[in-house]
Design a protein around this ligand. Structure first.
Ligand code: DGT
Ligand code: CA
Ligand code: ZN
Length: 646
């Protein structure tokens, strides 16, 4: 979807090459795809830019080298023309004829792309026919009834745009994973409890554990004669803000907070987790699509609506390769399917009791939903069960290394945090309060260097006590040490060496966001090379739906960390498990693993409940193909002590 800001061509850096960085080019190529559509360009050109943007984003090698060695057109998805454009940007800092394209399209027009039902094509018609060039002018045009009479639009579209604008304003369209899952699991539980329902399961991005969720999809199995009564029961649920529509096999709803009351606490929802989430969820609403099918059709419908769309396309192709046809109703041999379509065709399907049968018919092992993003899982699953990683489970976490207490900005004491960690069955808890440099609005947040030794003493007293009592638990005395703008670390070397571990984090985001990828990559690399540095905390500083992280070549940083690990140093990268962050991004986990960089899943807890956020981090690790062995804090307390040289 198009971003609603930043629609302009980035200026060249004063020194280079590279004069334009990789992340800037990735963003421009994505925008150009939309701009070309607004401009009425041919479909293939549009797709070429979209593909090139994706290809460049996942390029692991340094872009400058690839360009200088004239290997840019070797990258799959980048042809001669685009290769030339990218090379010009990198080597000269200019954008060729893109400048005129950007000049031609009004920025406000780009903002309306992304309103539900409004793609670039329709946006262009609205612009040409009605002069619409902003969200405001679209709203006025709809309210005055000018949109409906346009050919191909109608009253329905006009109404939909108005609702879309309203929704865009109120909710920005998507929910964080914690909020979306809370609604999704509550709905799933309520639906499962309806008599006549044989199975109900979350599908869509919620089941795939995306970091944000657009709408909730849920698939329900019930005998056809019960469909009406099941739908009636659903419509009577509390917490339905609006029924957007329903038919024989589908209900479209908008859910609000009352949905969460009472339902949680049994079944698949972890009680404590649900309570924590409930406190946090705002009163925003979320859309839900419920699909009701016959029990025998359930696995096909579940697989289809789990997606992703990209994964589905590959699955359908795998079926075609075997002379089969796959859709949401079944898996058919070409002759059996014949001309029948939809539900009617379902009776001709091959039997599949669950999803794994579908994969088996296509010669694949069952793919965990988190991995269904067409990022290599089809190929891996085709090698059989051993081709896919054995994904980490939440129970395999034995502790965490980045947590705060009252000494900085936490609300709990050492003792309280330790008790909560033991309650979770953990063997250790790393305390990493902020370092001295951190102050917010002039208020000192971090622990002054002069007070670090006192915290160390307090921790030692507690650890001695547990050891004497034979309790297998320890606190580890670390610090969340600020990475300063030049890549050096806060505190003196002496203080840092006195700690068990150093979580290095960037907090002065303004400075880091104000300079380019190359300067940031250099500084971050310098930080991880510091001998006292152990874990890279929330690597980009992003807040989901809040602010983007600073630009950085994370592949390069991870590569360097991999080298250091190969030399015997311990340099881990954090998945910050707070659902507001989920940073390291899951898309980079597999690369970290390939480089030999351990991942540490840290809740960054500021109170005792916060420790449970680790669950969200595990979901991201699974999405990033990680096994327990790839994750530092699946090690036992004794192993961690050994790794840290205690
Ligand atoms: P979201 O809701 O934006 O967070 O993401 P999803 O993945 O839940 O997407 P959604 O709700 O539009 O559709 C649910 C799933 O249904 C999607 O993951 C794959 C499947 N699906 C929807 N539309 C298509 C389509 O046009 N082609 C294919 N192959 N699958 C589709
Ligand atoms: Ca969805
Ligand atoms: Zn931090």
């Amino acid at each position: 979807m198009a971003k609603s800001s930043g629609w302009s061509l980035p200026k060249a850096r004063s020194e280079g090459p590279p004069f334009i960085t990789k992340s800037q080019i990735v963003a421009v190529l994505e925008q150009v795809g939309v701009l070309l559509e607004l401009d009425g360009a041919n479909r293939f050109r549009v797709i070429a830019y979209q593909n090139a943007s994706r290809a460049l984003a996942s390029l692991e090698e340094e872009l400058l080298t690839v360009v200088q060695e004239e290997r840019i057109t070797d990258v799959k998805g980048i042809g001669k023309g685009l290769g030339g454009l990218i090379s010009e940007a990198v080597l000269e800092g200019t954008w060729g004829d893109l400048t005129t394209l950007y000049g031609r399209i009004p920025p406000g027009l780009m903002e309306i792309v992304g309103i539900p039902g409004l793609g670039p094509k329709r946006a262009r018609i609205l612009h040409e026919e009605l002069g619409v060039d902003s969200i405001e002018s679209l709203k006025v045009a709809c309210e005055m009834g000018h949109v409906a009479p346009l050919s191909g639009f109608g009253e329905k579209s006009q109404q939909k745009y108005l609702e879309g604008i309203d929704l865009l304003r109120r909710y920005q369209g998507r929910s964080r994973m914690d909020v979306g899952l809370l609604y999704g699991q509550a709905l799933e539980e309520r639906v499962s409890a309806i008599s006549g329902v044989t199975r109900a399961e979350l599908a869509g991005s919620a089941r795939r554990r995306r970091e944000t969720i657009g709408d909730i999809d849920i698939v329900v199995g019930a005998e056809p004669e019960n469909h009406d009564s099941v739908i009636e029961s659903i419509l009577a649920f509390p917490g339905i803000a609006e029924v957007k529509g329903y038919g024989e096999s589908k209900v479209s709803l908008i859910l609000e907070a009352d949905m969460l009351g009472g339902a949680v606490g049994g079944g698949s929802v972890d009680v404590q987790l649900a309570e924590t989430l409930k406190e946090r969820s705002s009163d925003a609403t979320i859309d839900a699509q419920v699909r009701i099918v016959a029990p025998a059709t359930f696995p096909f419908t579940l697989a289809y609506f789990t997606g992703s769309k990209e994964h589905n396309i590959r699955m359908r192709q795998a079926a075609i390769d075997r002379g089969l046809r796959l859709n949401e109703f079944g898996l058919f041999s070409e002759e059996a399917a014949g001309d029948s379509i939809g539900m009617e065709a379902a009776q001709h399907t091959l039997d599949c009791a669950d999803e794994s049968d579908i994969y088996r018919h296509l010669g694949m092992a069952w793919v965990p939903p988190e991995m269904r993003e067409d990022r290599g899982e089809i190929e891996a699953a085709s090698k059989g069960a051993t081709g896919l990683p054995d994904l980490i489970e939440p129970e395999e976490i034995k502790g965490a290394l980045h947590n705060h207490t009252v000494a900085s900005d936490g609300t709990a004491t050492l003792e309280e945090m330790a008790a909560a960690a033991m309650e979770l069955g953990w063997e250790y808890l790393g305390i990493a309060d902020h370092s001295e440099a951190l102050n917010i609005g002039g208020r000192q947040i971090g622990v002054p260097g002069s007070e670090v030794a006192a915290q160390s003493d307090a921790i030692r007293v507690l650890n001695d006590q547990w050891r004497d009592e034979g309790v297998d638990f320890r606190l580890l005395h670390g610090s969340e040490c600020d990475i300063l703008v030049d890549g050096s670390l806060d505190y003196t070397d002496k203080i840092r060496r006195s700690l068990t571990h150093v979580v290095g984090s960037v907090h002065a985001l303004g400075s880091w966001r104000g300079r380019d990828e190359i300067a940031n990559t250099e500084a971050l690399t310098k930080a991880v090379e510091n001998p006292t540095f152990t874990i890279l905390g929330h690597p980009t500083g992003r807040i989901l739906q809040g602010r983007e992280g600073f630009p950085v070549d994370m592949h390069a940083v991870l590569r360097r960390m991999g080298e250091l690990n190969a030399e015997g140093e311990l340099k881990a990268v954090e998945i910050n498990a707070s659902p507001y962050r989920l940073d390291l991004d899951w898309r980079l986990c597999k690369y970290a693993k390939e480089q030999g960089v351990p991942v540490c899943i840290n809740p960054d807890a500021h109170d005792t409940d916060g420790l449970q956020d680790v669950w969200f981090g595990v979901q991201m690790a699974r999405k990033g193909w990680l096994s327990a062995a790839d994750v530092l804090n699946t090690r036992s307390g004794a192993e961690i002590e050994q790794l840290f040289g205690l």
